[in-house]
Design a protein around this ligand. Structure first.
Ligand code: FES
Length: 160
């Protein structure tokens, strides 16, 4: 369970990114790049910094699928399921990934892994494409996925 950010920490996080000329979108991207998500505690300081209502800030965060309000899973896989990738076997790859991870696409965290469908990663000529923890991979095969997924799990292994 995530510990909420203190008001001071949320204020500080926003202050670091709400530089002159920054837009709400650019700040949200910067916060998510830094923390992996946009903590809900930042909504109020963001609204104050940009002279917006809390509803406007919250509405922007929830409108864009890209922004998370909770920390991501240890390993997040985004599989492109748009046209070009479909024609190159992405649906068979999806079935393989679900079988391999024991998780379902677009159903939230399970086993510390999250599988998300996305629709075009701009790598159509190199399909099928996906990202694993934000890193893009092209010309994917089941074998390549197994190797990369295992490496991502090892890399993010929590050591006590
Ligand atoms: S359709 Fe998959 S990357 Fe464009």
């Amino acid at each position: 369970m995530r510990q909420p950010l203190s008001a001071v920490a949320a204020e500080e996080l926003v202050r670091r990114h709400a530089v002159q000329g920054a837009t709400l979108m650019s700040i949200l991207h910067a916060i998510q790049d830094e923390t992996g998500f946009v903590p809900p505690e930042t909504v109020e300081p963001l609204a104050r910094a940009l002279s917006l209502s809390r509803a406007e800030v919250h509405g922007t965060i929830t409108y864009y699928h890209h922004f998370r309000s909770e920390p991501p899973a240890r390993v997040t896989v985004q599989l492109c399921r748009a046209e070009a990738c479909r024609s190159m076997g992405t649906e068979a790859l999806k079935d393989h990934i679900e079988g391999h991870t024991g998780c379902r696409f677009d159903s939230g965290h399970a086993e510390d892994t999250e599988l998300e469908s996305v629709y075009c990663l701009g790598q159509c000529a190199l399909s099928p494409s996906m990202t694993i923890n934000g890193e893009i991979h092209a010309r994917m095969t089941p074998q390549k996925f197994d190797r990369l997924f295992s490496a991502a799990k090892d890399k993010t292994e929590v050591t006590a």
